[in-house]
Ligand binder design. Sequence first.
Ligand code: BTN
Length: 248
Amino acid sequence: MNFTILNFDSLDSTNTEIIKRAKQGASEGLCVVAREQTAGRGRHGRVWISEKDAGFYFSLLLRPTIENKFLPLITLMTAVAVFDVLTELYDLEPDIKWANDLHVNDKKISGILAEMIETNAGLAVVVGIGINLQSSVFPAELKDSATSMAAESGRKIDREMLLKSLTEKLAKFYDVLQGANGAAQIRDEWTQRSSYAQGKRVTVKLADGQFEGTTRGIAENGALRVETETGAIKIVTAGDVERLRKTA
Ligand code: BTN
């Protein structure tokens, strides 16, 4: 993939910027990086706090040619790429919490927001990645559940190196996904890296309630299979999955 990288000091949201440019006909491989976002977006309409230089705020434009039913695998493919950056470049030991949160020591270090849009040149996917670089700016309510590259690696993060490694890994796994048998390969890569893939006791929080169960692998399109107490398998395509924590 050919990358074109645009750097900004401040933007509302790197995803929003890419959506605008995709609608104007931008090509696959366009990347937008900002030092700060004034309206950073998370999943489920949440805010992604994006203080200046406290995080890495990045979006990439894709124009995939895979079957539509496999499009959700783009988020899994992205999580695999971020996982490998954290492992290979920073010696961290991350985990992927379904579907696409990266955790280190049970705390969130990175989130992914993939958005699908229609453009004149066809369907496009915007992949947004936020990586926490510094913990100092976390608001009180995030202190227990979030961590950062500085806190976990003890190193100063070189943003250029991070960008280079991230784009290399994204290109690699996007090629895999778009290639022969790509969907199955990405499911395998994801499964190898996530403790949530098999046998994990979880609570699934949906818009209209929640249930508990044990994870039983992922479905063809990346949805999570969860076995409930009655032995039924529920397929989770949206919602939040939380590890069941032992209570005292
Ligand atoms: C989540 O875990 O809820 C997803 C967070 C995604 C945040 C990134 S930061 C870069 C890109 N631009 C945005 O507005 N959001 C994503």
